[in-house]
Design a protein around this ligand. Structure first.
Ligand SMILES: [Zn+2]
Length: 84
């Protein structure tokens, strides 16, 4: 599979240029365009850590998981907010 990741570069203080990846991911429908040091492979795509975490969560998380995660944040003595 061919996959193009744009590169950009910035000038170093010591001279020369340092290449950066430009993240091809999307956040809320907008291009991410972060310039991370590393890109992470989540299977087909190479994304920055932020996009990779978002994609992984939204794909793998079921409503049940969401509820569990929410409940696990509660501490003894705290109660769930009342339903309206
Ligand atoms: Zn990204």
């Amino acid at each position: 599979m061919a996959y193009t990741v744009p590169l950009t570069s910035t000038s170093c203080i010591k001279g020369g240029e340092r290449p950066y990846f430009v993240c091809p991911g999307q956040v809320c429908g907008r291009p991410c365009l972060r310039q991370p040091f590393n890109l992470y492979s989540g299977g087909r795509h190479f994304l920055c850590r932020n996009c990779y975490r978002l994609a992984f969560q939204s794909q793998s998380e079921t409503p049940h998981d969401w509820l569990l995660r929410r409940v696990s944040k509660l501490r003894p003595g705290n109660t769930l907010p009342p339903r309206r």
